[in-house]
Write a protein that binds this ligand. Structure first.
Ligand code: ATP
Ligand code: MG
Length: 337
């Protein structure tokens, strides 16, 4: 069975981009693959974070995974920091990763400029931690949004470098598997509501730029009403000068059953914005309300969530230790006898 690993950072409430780009793929993956989904809290502290909200955000992410359909009977759900091997493997991989590889990372450049001189070493090393997350479970497939493609390439490069550097004949220890990104055609890059050229993000300061999965019907309706549009006539996917139009149609297609562009254009292509927006808001509310109902139920049962996370961490720890030992053996460490 192929192995799958993915995660979301507990840096705030999860949004439509996280859902359509990543989590919606996970629910399909768990039926077919040996799947693990983690809440990557160690990644969340690579930007200035609020110690008062991290734990609540972490538990909320777990509730959201389950509400979106991740099933603890089919997949392990765990908190990254509960499996210490993530941190340990990161160090080992740090020592074989050239600085130049990290300097090319787009996400680092984008996030670092926002922080000026105070940018932390952790943000620079973020992609190595992500590689460790994946390689630790020898994952074959990593379902993520388009913005993570470059980090996945790096994880492959690191795996290959490890295999090249420690290619000792007949030695014990493991060969790293090279992971592949699983990226959808539609929904892989949901754009912000206030700017069709930048991606929807948890960390964007304007809450109106995103639809949070837990936004109430009123809030969704208001955000859609206020979202950026254009002066174009009719609605189309195919005009590159109308990124907002393409984005809102893509969202509409996704939340009305993953319909094709042709089908959606046939339905609303002749609409004015004033006609389309209420229809989009309605579709979003209809799609998200069952998720929200489950989320509310789960949030009232923290004991249940902690239980799932404990079992997930136990399972993950066991798998992770095997890899870590194999890596250390290959690298020449003395292992305790
Ligand atoms: P942050 O702003 O803190 O980086 P984020 O919104 O980018 O938050 P992440 O936790 O970094 O969310 O990413 C979790 C997953 O969601 C990743 O697989 C990422 O590719 C995916 N993702 C994030 N934003 C989008 C988006 N706008 N469209 C599609 N997928 C997305
Ligand atoms: Mg991100």
């Amino acid at each position: 069975k192929l192995r799958v690993l993915s995660g979301v950072q507990p840096t705030g409430s999860l949004h439509l981009g996280n859902y359509l780009g990543a989590i919606a793929q996970w629910t399909a993956a768990q039926d077919t693959y040996d799947s693990r989904f983690c809440i990557v809290d160690l990644h969340a502290i690579t930007v200035p974070h609020d110690a008062k909200t991290l734990s609540a955000d972490t538990i909320d992410a777990a509730a959201t995974y389950l509400a979106c359909g991740i099933d603890p009977a089919k997949a392990s759900i765990f908190v990254q920091s509960h499996v210490r091997a993530h941190t340990e493997l990161t160090w080992l991989l740090n020592c074989i990763t050239p600085v130049g590889w990290l300097e090319r990372m787009i996400q680092y450049k984008e996030k670092a400029v926002k922080q000026g001189d105070s940018v932390g070493v952790g943000l620079f090393g973020y992609p190595v931690l992500m590689a460790a997350d994946i390689l630790l479970y020898q994952a074959d497939l990593v379902p993520v949004g388009e913005d993570q493609r470059q980090h996945l390439e790096l994880a492959r490069d690191i795996a290959r470098r490890f295999n090249d550097l420690y290619r000792v004949k007949r030695s014990k220890g493991l060969v790293m598997r090279e992971p592949k990104a699983l990226i959808l055609d539609a929904g892989a890059r949901v754009m912000a509501l206030d700017d069709g050229t930048s991606k929807m993000s948890k960390s964007a300061p304007n809450d109106g730029s995103r639809i949070n999965l837990v936004d109430s019907a009123d809030v969704i309706a208001r955000k859609v009403k206020r979202c950026k549009t254009d002066m174009g006539v009719g609605l189309t996917f195919s005009d590159p000068s109308r990124p907002e139009c393409r984005n809102l149609l893509t969202i509409y297609a996704a939340v009305t059953g993953g319909r094709s562009a042709e089908e959606v254009e046939a339905e609303v292509g002749g609409f004015r914005w004033g006609e389309f927006k209420p229809r989009l808001a309605e579709a979003l509310i209809a799609h998200l309300s069952p998720i929200q109902a489950r989320h509310a139920e789960l949030s009232a049962e923290p004991g249940y969530l902690y239980d799932i996370l404990r079992r997930g961490a136990e399972e993950a720890n066991e798998a992770a230790e095997v890899t870590l030992e194999g890596v250390k053996r290959r690298m020449g460490f003395v292992l305790p006898k």
